[in-house]
Design a protein around this ligand. Structure first.
Ligand SMILES: Nc1ncnc2c1ncn2[C@@H]1O[C@H](COP(=O)(O)OP(=O)(O)OP(=O)(O)O)[C@@H](O)[C@H]1O
Ligand SMILES: [Mg+2]
Length: 626
């Protein structure tokens, strides 16, 4: 039974708990005080009653000594009746006197002497008196026995019976008064504790209500609380609590406002930003949301985009390391996923983008915010620049090319002149000779066509795509074009190419451009060294290719003038040149660097001033089996 009561107290409101505990404590204290007071009162009254009995007993004992010795019963009888006279009747139930042998000498009983009380209260030999509570036909009586002595001898005893009901009546009267008093006290405290619990819990209840309202987003209620605080003069803990509560809600309001502000900021950035922005599910890469610029750029409506896999638009290639990097990042830090990748608009129209992503939470999901920046224009400008530089190179090469073309043309001319001469002389041409000449003319035409084809290939505008190529191929085709010219300038090219290298992801035509720039720079450096008068008899360029770690390296070394350490950091800048006006634009290495970076490669330079330079180009090899 106690358990449900405890449980219901535990589950009751704070107000009831306070009320209940205050009431219980007051009740306990009142009961204890009542019991203690009652105990003190009873023991005081009992001892008072006994003292009075003893007083009467001793005074009779004093007076009756002689009468006992003389056995003067009439005197003794008058003595005992005297003791019960007047007001004492209410107090004294009986008096009797015994002699030494226990014979009753006198008593106040009007009826027969009740024999059972004769020896009920015997005084021990060494004591003077003894008191004992006895039951006498419904009355409770203290039998006060006092010894009567003559010298040191006991000659008898006086017994005085005093009513206990005398004090019982008093106690009853007191109990009623006391109970009344306690009830008044309890009612009083009951009201006080009720009021107290209400005073304590009311502000707390108010706070709870206010916090409920605030949690529902209604911050106006806080004003009520402040008003209440200003009015109320109390300086207790509840007031402190209200203060901290107000401070807390102020903070919440402030941070909510900030949050709203930044939310609005990001929302407007998202909505009106010029770049297409997508929100993707981090696990499935499904599009969760897209901004208007994404709709406009890709030509799909929002409805068409949402729910579609992002990879429908273009590649989203991330290796494990990049994923780990992306996942480990805090929201807000941006990772470049890939640059210059081809993405597709509705209707399969391709364009180039740079892809950036950052992790962010979105509607309780782990999301990725992906921005695709359209760089088609930049790529177009790049390739125009490259094209312009190529055209310059071709112009530069035109003398050499003319010379090269001259040879097959001369051979054809010679062949045709011979045939003409023979026809003029009307000499028959032996069939074998005719066949030989025609074949030679045809092969010279092939040679000329080949030269033109190579030039045309080189001059063709290359698009920005990646495919598997073997690094040795563009090296060989560039040498096919300018090898002869280098030889004409007395520059010896030594090839140390490793066969069976793993492929790299690049574009043949662009790598040709790179090799071409390096070879023309090497050629210029060798010539400059010669001009400076510190010429090396070894005018040579060494081209090596090899694999190292998971890289494919192509290295171009020359015995040229070397690079001045002071300008080493500048040579990749566009339009930086140390060459004379009209001899160099300063674009070769800047274009080279751009192309190498596009394919994930890097350039290391090893140069000694006045002795020669090596350009090491390394590209990531395509892993086997891919
Ligand atoms: N192999 C090399 N040896 C010595 N210096 C070099 C070598 N390659 C490049 N340089 C230095 O780097 C500078 C920049 O080279 P870059 O190819 O960019 O431009 P350029 O050759 O001067 O002109 P362009 O290539 O446009 O005709 C050169 O002017 C030269 O000073
Ligand atoms: Mg150059």
């Amino acid at each position: 039974m106690a358990q449900p009561l405890i449980d219901s107290i535990k589950n009751s409101s704070l107000k009831n708990k306070i009320f209940f505990s205050v009431t219980v404590v007051i009740l306990l204290i009142s009961v204890l005080i009542a019991l203690f007071t009652r105990w003190i009162l009873i023991s005081t009254l009992v001892s008072e009653l006994q003292q009075r009995g003893l007083g009467i007993g001793y005074s009779i004992a004093e007076s009756c000594r002689g009468f006992i010795l003389t056995k003067n019963k009439p005197q003794l009888t008058s003595l005992v009746f005297d003791a019960r006279l007047g007001a004492r009747k209410e107090l004294v139930r009986y008096v009797f006197i015994k002699d030494k042998q226990g014979r009753i000498l006198a008593h106040t009983f009007t009826s027969a002497f009740p024999g059972q009380i004769t020896d009920a209260n015997r005084i021990e030999p060494e004591k003077d008196h003894r008191i004992r509570l006895m039951d006498m036909g419904g009355d409770r009586v203290y039998d006060v026995a006092v010894a009567v002595k003559e010298g040191i001898y006991r000659i008898g005893s006086v017994h005085v019976g005093v009513y206990k009901k005398h004090i019982d009546q008093l106690i009853n009267k007191l109990r009623t008064t006391f109970l009344g008093f306690v009830s008044v006290v309890i009612i009083f405290f009951f009201i006080i504790s009720h009021h107290l619990s209400k005073t304590i819990t009311q502000p707390i209840t108010r706070l709870t209500d206010v916090s409920d309202e605030i949690s529902r987003g209604n911050f106006d209620v806080q004003l009520d609380l402040e008003k209440g605080l200003q009015q109320g003069g109390v300086k207790d803990e509840v007031r402190q609590l209200s203060r901290s509560f107000i401070n807390m809600t102020n903070r919440i309001q402030e941070s909510q406002a900030k949050l709203k502000e930044s939310d609005n900021k990001y929302r407007s950035l998202f909505a009106s930003g010029p770049n297409p922005i997508f929100v993707l599910d981090r696990k499935t890469l499904t599009i969760l949301s897209a901004n208007p610029s994404a709709e406009e750029t890709y030509g799909y409506t929002r409805e068409e985009l949402v729910g579609r896999p992002f990879t429908d638009l273009g590649p989203f290639d991330l290796d494990e390391n990049k994923w780990a990097e992306l996942n480990a990042q805090h929201a807000g830090s941006v990772t470049t996923i890939s640059s210059k990748v081809q993405y597709f608009k509705k209707g399969n129209q391709a364009f180039f983008v740079n892809l950036h992503a950052c992790p962010a939470p979105y509607e309780d999901k782990n999301a990725l915010i992906v921005a695709t920046t359209d760089i088609s224009e930049m790529v177009e400008k790049d390739s125009q620049l490259i094209q312009a530089s190529k055209m310059t190179t071709l112009g530069e090469m035109s003398a050499g090319i003319a010379h090269e073309l001259n040879q097959p043309l001369n051979a054809i001319k010679m062949g045709s002149e011979f045939l003409e001469m023979m026809l003029e002389k009307e000499k028959g041409i032996p069939e074998r000779e005719l066949f030989h000449i025609v074949r030679e003319v045809s092969s010279q035409v092939d040679r000329a066509v080949d030269i033109i084809r190579r030039l045309r290939d080189f001059g063709r505008k290359s698009d920005f795509t990646r495919e598997k190529i073997l690094i040795n191929d563009p090296v060989n085709s560039v040498l096919d074009i300018i090898g002869r010219q280098l030889r004409l300038q007395n520059i010896h090219v030594r090839l140390r190419l490793t066969a069976d290298l793993p492929p790299i992801m690049a574009h043949h035509n662009r790598i040709e451009q790179v090799i071409f720039n390096l070879l023309t720079n090497a050629r210029d450096a060798i010539n400059l060294r010669e001009e400076s008068g510190r010429g090396d008899p070894r005018r040579e360029i060494i081209i090596r290719s090899y694999a190292r770690d998971s890289q494919v390296v192509v290295a171009v070394s020359d015995t040229g003038i070397g690079i001045d350490p002071a300008v080493k950091d500048q040579i990749f800048e566009a339009f930086f040149t140390t060459k004379k006006m009209g001899e160099g634009m300063g674009l070769g290495l800047s274009i080279t660097n751009g192309i190498v970076e596009d394919y994930g490669g890097r350039i290391d330079i090893d140069s000694r001033e006045g002795q020669g330079t090596t350009f090491n180009l390394s590209f990531p090899a395509v892993p086997q089996g891919r």
